[in-house]
Design a protein around this ligand. Structure first.
Ligand code: TXA
Ligand code: MG
Length: 350
């Protein structure tokens, strides 16, 4: 299949292009499109054949449910059994935006889209191109991140092309995304609203809107012994090809320890890489050193992470060390993704 790649400008949207892209979805095809979080791989959420195509193009297990993207609040009622009070409040505060809600699905949504579940994930993105595209597509676009399964989510069209060229009808190239990490997912079908995937909308923000909020225990730990409630979180995700290890502890010790490891790997002719920060960029003896930015700017780190992981792949880095990035806000989500990328390989220095 020949994939058409078309540049789109959020500030000057080409209606004709959007109409065409929408038409592809309506007739059962697939279009990758920019959102504020990461690029999505869109298909008609109400068409079972489209969802099957998405799984095939991504190489993704079909028990991993898709997020249904809507462009207007009024669109929600038709795809869920009921709209709970919590959803109204969350939408008021965070839609359109990087928040996905899990609700009980109506019969309109095929099980192919929800990976066989009776619940459906719904999000209204804030990216203008995405909103216009969803409307043109009929109002319900199922879209996982537009990467091949197991690879980091794409934050620029170049990576969508790398993964999906020749497998889908069209890619809308909207340049760099704004946020760089996937949406926060909150399950509203549990006793207590539960965060299944951390993101820009933090636990503190959700608590402000809702009062009590819980967190799926599998989010930051490998040893909980439980299956994650978001099926997608169980797969080894966001993984670079090189072997990634996170080193935690006092900064000086971390730098010294990583340098000793690097010397050994390089003596064995392995290509090495490090994810550093502004403060430590000059300190490492790695072949490739990537700067995640200032520790004080958690959103800049969020924006860099997936690009950095992809660049290590492109540059053939085999052994990667990363500093640890805890934080109070989106830093928690950064750490969640980094831990998954590392397959929870962490060395703690005291
Ligand atoms: O920011 C985002 O959310 C991006 C953009 C494109 O909107 N999309 C995205 O989709 O990250 P995806 O498919 O890569 O991740 C969706 C996650 C998966 O972990 C999946 O298991 C979970 O959402 N999920 C979807 N429906 C669910 C449901 N009904 N119950 C529990 N988890 C669900
Ligand atoms: Mg994904």
């Amino acid at each position: 299949m020949k994939t058409r790649i078309i540049q789109v400008d959020e500030k000057n949207i080409d209606k004709e292009v959007i109409r065409e892209a929408g038409g592809i979805i309506r007739s059962g095809g697939l279009v990758a499109f920019p959102t504020e979080t990461v690029y999505g791989l869109g298909g008609d959420a109400l068409n079972p054949a489209s969802s099957r195509k998405i799984y095939e193009a991504k190489g993704r297990p079909s028990d991993n449910p898709l997020i249904v993207h809507i462009a207007r609040w009024e669109a929600l009622a038709a795809i869920v059994k009921r709209v709970p009070e919590e959803a109204v409040k969350l939408a008021r505060d965070y839609w359109p935006g990087p928040l996905t809600m899990i609700l009980e699905k109506s019969d309109l949504v095929p099980k192919e889209t929800t990976g066989g579940l009776d619940t459906v994930a719904v999000r209204m993105p804030s990216h203008k191109t995405a909103l216009d595209f969803i409307e043109a597509a009929g109002g319900y676009v199922a879209a996982p991140s537009a990467n091949r399964s197991g690879r980091p989510s794409p934050t620029v069209a170049r990576y969508v092309i790398q993964d999906l060229n020749g497998r889908i009808e069209m890619i809308l190239d909207g340049g760099d995304v704004e946020l760089g990490l996937e949406s926060t997912i909150v399950d509203l079908t549990a006793q207590m609203p539960t965060i299944l995937r951390p993101g820009y909308v933090t636990r503190q923000m959700l608590e402000q809107t809702l009062g009590g909020v819980e967190e799926d225990v599998t989010i930051l730990r490998a040893d909980s012994g439980q299956a994650p409630k978001a099926p997608g979180m169980k797969y080894r995700h966001y993984a670079p090809k090189g072997e990634l290890t996170i080193i935690t502890g006092p900064e000086r010790k971390v730098v010294d320890y990583i340098n000793i490891q690097l010397d050994q790997w390089r003596a064995g002719n392995k290509k090495t890489g490090v994810i550093a920060t502004d403060a430590t960029m000059g300190a490492y003896r790695a072949d490739v050193c990537k700067n995640a930015g200032s520790r004080l700017d958690e959103s800049a780190m969020a924006r860099q992470l997936y690009r950095i992981l992809r660049e290590f792949d492109d540059e053939g880095v085999e052994i990667i060390y990363s500093e640890s990035f805890e934080g109070s806000g989106v830093g928690q989500a950064v750490m969640n993704r980094l831990l998954k990328a590392a397959g929870h390989r962490v060395t703690e220095l005291k």
